[in-house]
Design a protein around this ligand. Structure first.
Ligand code: PLP
Length: 446
């Protein structure tokens, strides 16, 4: 009863992010009521394994009392402090120092945003400022990768390279350029080295076409998330980073999904052996308990901006930048990661990938890929030809529904791809259940 009236109120008043307005009105909302560990419970009392950690964000899992207590204590003591007027508070300062210590190389300067989109948006602003400060204001062109996702703010949506975020919005913008995705499963090139060489050559050709003194930065996700969990060949990220150094353009690693244990270590860049000029994070930073994002800058980026501004204020920031409650939560979540969750995530991730790999014998499974607790199963109707599942016959919503009926939440991408990003706290039994339930859904989809 309560659920029905909520569904109606939702239909009438709540605009959902990235949803078909009409489709949503028709289907209605599924109300979630509570969660613990890796399990969420809906308003009807149905328990589901959250194989997607909310929106690849609840890395630590649900229901950690210590996180709740950290937020409550910060709210009691000082619920808000601005960073304007040379003011500040303890938690964001400690968090910035802790993150600087743990991030690769000299990514020593951290600006806190409210989430991933505005972290990315902030990098665009800082990078523009950086090049102005260097006396090269014409460097205002940005390059990203097809299938990439970098948020949906007006600026960031221009870097995002998924048509659904462009159509009807007048995007792409003139300053946005793309190179092809590595997408190894659907790449006509077969060896890792061929794919790497082709991407480097394409980036260099793109920079030459735009003008060598016009390009500001190149954006990369260490693993492309919203594009369908596309894992690049080993060495691809480093090759792109090196190419940017050679081309004298800034290299930005968008670790909004890959950060905070999602692929194993705290940051995927560390595993790649690279130091980006700037790095963005969000999601796992607070494990989704409260909103927060971060921009990491190397010393040279920070120093250039500082020198350029001199005594002037760098006019970028939000009321809620470096929010003390979010920072207190992030500090507590960091303790949990380092107190065993990263370790558990690494083990659970290996089990998840091994488990999903056993699905390769299924007639509908064309590809299984992933790293750590980030994985995907790509469905095809013909393995030889890699024919995508026809969206008209098997729409993503139907596949999502089938998984839901099995007690599993997965991301169901339009191309017939299931995405997995379970909380790092998953038990062996939960990982096995994710795999078994996926097989059931595949059988029902035949
Ligand atoms: N960058 C990447 C790589 C993302 O995956 C996302 C969100 O999924 C964003 C940026 C935007 O983050 P948010 O949704 O917190 O604004």
């Amino acid at each position: 009863m309560l659920s029905n009236s909520l569904i109606e109120l939702d239909r009438q008043h709540l605009v959902h992010p990235v949803s078909s307005f009409r489709g949503h009105e028709e289907r209605g909302v599924r109300v979630l009521r509570s969660a613990k560990g890796a399990t969420v419970t809906d308003a009807e009392g149905r328990e589901l394994i959250d194989g997607f950690a909310g929106l690849w964000c609840v890395n630590a899992g649900y229901g950690h009392e210590s996180v709740v207590e950290a937020a409550a204590e910060q709210m009691r003591q000082l619920p808000y402090a601005t960073g304007y007027f040379d003011l500040g508070s303890e938690a964001p300062i400690r968090l910035a120092a802790a993150l600087a210590e743990r991030s690769p190389g000299d990514l020593n300067h951290i600006y806190f945003s409210l989430g991933g989109s505005d972290a990315v948006d902030s990098t665009i602003r800082f990078i523009r400022y950086y090049w102005h400060a260097k006396g090269q204001p014409d460097r205002d062109q940005f390059i990203s990768v097809e299938q990439g996702y970098h948020g949906s703010t007006t600026m960031g949506a221009g870097l995002t390279a998924l048509p659904g975020f462009h159509d009807g919005f007048g995007v792409p913008y003139q300053w946005q350029h793309k190179i092809s995705s590595h997408y190894t499963y659907r790449n006509p090139l077969t060896t890792d080295q061929e794919i790497i060489d082709a991407s480097v050559a394409e980036l260099k050709a793109k920079v030459a076409a735009i003008g060598e003194d016009k390009v500001a930065a190149f954006y990369v996700e260490p693993i492309q998330g919203s594009g369908g969990v596309l894992v690049p060949p080993k060495g691809w990220v480093k090759a792109m980073r090196d190419a940017c150094a050679e081309l004298d353009i800034l290299f930005v690693a968008d670790e909004v999904i890959t950060g905070f244990g999602r692929t194993g270590p705290l940051f995927a860049c560390a595993e790649e052996g690279i130091v980006p000029d700037l790095m963005t994070c969000a999601k796992g930073l607070t494990s989704g308990y409260v909103p927060m994002g971060a921009v990491f800058m190397r010393d040279h980026v920070y120093e250039t901006i500082a020198e350029g501004a001199g005594a002037k204020a760098v006019g970028h920031g939000f009321t809620y930048s470096a929010h003390p409650v979010s920072a207190a939560v992030a500090l507590e979540v960091l303790k949990l990661y380092e107190g065993g969750l990263l370790e558990n995530g690494r083990k659970a991730g290996a089990r998840l990938l091994a488990g999903l790999d056993t699905l390769r014998d299924h007639p509908l499974v064309g590809d299984v890929r992933g790293r750590g607790m980030l994985a995907a199963v790509e469905m095809v109707t013909d393995k030889e030809r890699k024919t995508p599942l026809p969206a008209s016959v098997q729409p993503a919503t139907r596949l999502f529904d089938r998984a839901w009926e099995q007690g599993l939440i997965v991301r169901s991408f339009a191309q017939g791809i299931f995405g997995y990003a379970p909380p790092l706290c998953c038990t062996d039994a939960e990982i096995d259940a994710i795999v078994e339930r996926t097989r059931t859904v595949l059988d029902q989809t035949l």
